[in-house]
Structure formats: C-alpha cells, structure tokens
Design a protein around this ligand. Structure first.
Ligand code: 13P
Ligand code: SF4
Length: 317
C-alpha cells in the first residue's frame, strides 16, 4: 500500500463516515502521524479521548493506550488497528504481582505509570504518565509510602526530583528505552558539546545524562529529561543548532516538523518500538473500514480503574 494523498483522503472519508476521531502517539510511523486528527504523548491523547464528542476513537498506538481511552470513555467504540500491538513495559507487572506487593506494604499509595494493563490500573490509586509523574507523586502526603510501578528508570527520576526515600520502585523496564545506553550518549555528547540533550525518563541512559552534567562534561542547562510532549514544546523554543534525542525514533518526525532549522539526531537510531510500528497504513484503513480491532475492558475492571485514570488526567493540567 502506498500511503500517498489518495490513501490519506480515503482515511479521512472513512473516519467521517464512522464519526471517528483518529489519535496517534508520537512514536507512530510518520504517515500515521500526518493523517491523524491529533498526535501527542500518552497524557495529551488520554485527555483528548476523554473530551472528544466523536462516537468512535481509533487509537494508533499500543494496546494499553486504547484501553485507557476505553476506561475513560466506556460508552464509545474504541478501535486499535492491530490488537497485537503490546508493550514490554506493561507486560513487566501483572495484577497478581501487584496485589502481592501491596500486601507487603499495607497502607502504601499505588502510583502506576499509564503503561500498564487495565487489570493493574484497577489495583491502582493514581496513574501517571512521564509528563506528570513528579506532580502525581508530589500530590501524595510526604509521610505515606508510595509503590511506584512498573518503570524503574522513571521511578528513579521521580525519586531524584522529589527527594522521597519512601518511594518503592518496581524493577520493570521498556526494552526500547532501556537499550539506549549511556556509552552512546556520552560519545555523541562529547562529539557535539554544544548540542542540547532531550532524554526520555524511561531511558537507561537518563542517569548518564545527569552524570555528564554533574561531571561538568555537559552544562547542566543542556540536559532535559522530558516526556515526548515535553520534547515537542522544548523543540519549538530551542536556540540550539543540534539536539541529541534519547527516545523511540518515531519522535524525530514531530521534532523536525516543529523546528526544521534544528538538526535533531537520535542517540540510538535502532531504538524503534516494533509494537508501535504494527500500526501500518493498511491496518488503519482496515480498522476504519471494518470496525476492528475493537477494544473491550470488562465493566467491573473499568469501573475500578477509572478513578485512578481520571486523577491522572486532572493532575498537571
Ligand atoms: P509519553 O508519550 O507519555 O512520553 O510515553 C512514552 C512511551 O513510552 C509510550 O509508550
Ligand atoms: Fe512500550 Fe517501550 Fe514500546 Fe513505549 S516504546 S510502547 S514503553 S515497549
């Protein structure tokens, strides 16, 4: 399938016929991002899904994102173009494991990253994304223990920023972000000492970026630990000629569009999420034409998860 103007017209026509809004995460293929009604990070897309008056949401992203939209808008039809688009981070904790962890820490507040299954969200007090994780944790009384899951690198970032020693962190990780390593970042930063560094907090190299700043190898004001949405805002305002980007490579499309004069370069150009890339142009056309794959969350789970997800979209507005 050639994803040219005819394909884009067909997608727009099918979306109108179905009264559908098409949402695309910043890691989607460029042609999917360009045809969508809205692109954004996990938090922005959740908010748009909750506020949309379309009767169908087509979520071009991974399964937990579409589930989150369904939890927030259970009366709507939610479609994902390929239901096999999972997430290694969401797979790193099950609801049973979370129940066992909670039993070890009675009274602790559970903060789950949005990259979790609906069943895990149903066991959660408040969800967060990388855009508002710090604010979510800061909203919890300082003397309460917090269980933060499942991402260990985002957890370490939140602990660093909040200085909270009663934050317990699950040892999960995203295989794509964990693979963006400190050695590559250090070599590139040293080769281009003027460049800003945009680093997603899910990255294993987030610590190296801070180390580089702490060691004086890179001025601290050149290191920015940001969600994908935060990267986009920072890209619009940067005065730098080059920026090193440590996250999934799909992000480069939006960054280059936002500021074409800047040389945005991936720290690791092999950091592609194969789940995100399952949403192909052909899969999107099929989703709109045939109404599949439909995402279901059973009513009891959705009801238990809804409070935690709603608190997430309210914090950090
Ligand atoms: P954000 O878009 O919220 O920064 O999340 C990144 C991510 O890994 C989604 O899979
Ligand atoms: Fe999950 Fe990582 Fe892919 Fe994001 S990049 S969807 S966290 S596997």
């Amino acid at each position: 399938l050639v994803a040219g103007p005819d394909w884009a017209d067909e997608v727009r026509r099918l979306a109108r016929e179905r009264d559908a809004v098409v949402l695309a995460h910043n890691y989607q293929r460029p042609e999917i991002q360009d045809v969508a009604d809205h692109t954004g990070d996990s938090l922005a897309l959740s908010r748009i899904a909750a506020a949309s008056d379309a009767s169908t949401i087509v979520f071009c992203g991974v399964h937990f994102m579409a589930e989150t939209a369904k939890i927030l808008a259970s009366e709507k039809t939610v479609l994902i173009p390929d239901a096999r688009a999972g997430c290694s981070l969401a797979d790193s904790i099950t609801a049973d494991e979370l129940r066992a962890w909670k039993a070890e820490h009675p009274g602790a507040v559970v903060v789950s990253y949005v990259n979790t299954t609906a069943a895990v969200k149903a066991e959660t007090d408040v969800c967060c994304t990388s855009s508002n994780a710090v604010e979510v944790v800061e909203s919890i009384d300082a003397d309460r223990d917090v269980l933060f899951l499942p991402d260990q690198f985002l957890g370490a970032h939140v602990r660093r920023v909040t200085g909270r020693s009663n934050l317990h962190i699950w040892a999960g990780e995203c295989h794509v972000h964990a693979g963006i390593n400190g050695a590559e970042l250090t070599a590139q930063a040293q080769a281009d000492p003027e460049a800003d560094l945009f680093v997603h907090p899910e990255c294993g190299c987030a610590t190296s970026a801070l180390y580089l700043a702490g060691a004086g190898a890179v001025p601290a004001d050149q290191v920015h630990i940001l969600s994908t949405g935060g990267m986009l805002d920072a890209a619009k305002n940067t005065t730098k000629r080059s920026v090193l980007v440590a996250t999934e490579v799909g992000m480069l499309h939006q960054l280059r569009r936002a500021n074409p004069d800047v040389d945005f370069r991936a720290v690791n150009d092999r950091a592609a999420c194969s789940y995100m890339k399952m949403i192909t142009p052909g899969a999107l056309t099929r989703a709109l034409r045939d109404g599949r794959d439909e995402v279901h969350v059973d009513a009891a789970t959705a009801q238990k998860a809804r409070g935690a997800v709603q608190r997430m979209i309210e914090i950090g507005q």
